[in-house]
Design a protein around this ligand. Structure first.
Ligand code: PHE
Ligand code: FE
Length: 285
């Protein structure tokens, strides 16, 4: 885990890091790429190299292939250039934002195939851990899989689902799904479990930890079960949910969540380390 804040935890804009002075109505800013310092580009290279070395055998193939095609090794990438390439591939764009943004703006961007990316980079002393997502997490973790057509479609559906959840009072539940899939999800491959969640992929420690049989629970994703499950914001996850493939993620989240939200709200949420009757741990020591 390399960050813990979400808009839900930090809903009072005042405490957010980042410069919100020049935002447009939808919280978009200019990246101002020329303003990054040589030290920041050097820190990006160090972050990139550490993560890239950990990817083989851990990240899913789709992620590695797309990341390499981005050629983002030399320094903090120019978001406009990436946005162009991404648009040609899957019709998604990237918008620069000052940091965390409110749910309505976030979901609206996703529903319109725009992915918000924070413009600031962490400080050297935050190499291993930052409190809020920075450009390294947002770009390295999230952008590569937006080149995958099914995953790209899924994120758009998630954005639409977020707007709907705001009406239905289902935001807590939907945030758990995001957390355990888009941020901390694992996927099966013929060679074993692989990572597709951005929060793991951009984390030095969790990329290794999350795949160790002895560490935490690994169970097959069940959408409703996942949306009942609390998550840890200040430690590695105690449970990782595993999908078969991106098609499963798309299809299992397609049904109307309205009745699920109602059922879940009538129950106590499950602790992060729960194992229910009949659930099988996919990795065992
Ligand atoms: N199917 C969900 C709903 O009806 C929306 C959604 C789609 C949520 C994809 C997450 C991911 O609310
Ligand atoms: Fe993220």
């Amino acid at each position: 885990l390399d960050f813990f804040a979400t808009v839900a935890e930090k809903s009072d804009g005042a405490s957010l890091r980042g410069d919100y002075a020049d935002i447009s109505e939808d919280y978009v800013v200019k990246q101002n790429w020329a303003a990054y310092t040589a030290e920041e580009h050097a820190l990006w290279r160090k972050l990139y190299q550490r993560q890239a070395a950990l990817l083989p055998g851990r990240a899913c193939d789709e992620f590695i292939v797309s990341l390499n095609a981005l050629h983002a090794t030399d320094g903090i990438p120019n978001l406009e250039a990436t946005s162009k390439a991404l648009f040609e591939a899957t019709g998604w764009s990237i918008v620069a934002v000052p940091g965390l943004i409110p749910e309505l703006a976030f979901f609206t961007h996703l529903a319109n195939r725009r992915f918000p990316i924070t413009v600031w980079l962490r400080k050297p002393e935050e190499f291993d851990y930052i409190v809020e997502p920075d450009i390294f997490h947002d770009y390295f973790g999230h952008v590569p899989l937006l080149f995958n057509p099914i995953f790209a479609d899924h994120i758009q559906e998630y954005g639409k689902g977020g707007l709907k959840a705001m009406q239905l009072g289902g935001l807590d539940q939907l945030a758990r799904l995001y957390w355990y899939t888009i941020e901390f999800g694992l996927i099966q491959s013929p060679e074993g479990l692989r990572v597709y969640g951005a929060g793991i992929l951009s984390s030095g420690g969790e990329l290794t930890y999350s795949l160790e049989p002895s560490s935490s629970r690994h169970i097959a994703l069940d959408v409703e079960r996942c949306m009942r499950t609390l998550y840890k914001i200040d430690s590695y996850q105690e449970t990782y949910f595993v999908i078969r493939d991106f098609k499963q993620l798309f299809e299992d989240t397609a049904p109307d969540f309205t009745p699920m939200y109602q059922r879940i709200k009538q129950q106590e949420p499950l602790p992060a380390n729960s194992l229910l009757d009949g659930e099988i741990e996919l990795l065992n020591t």
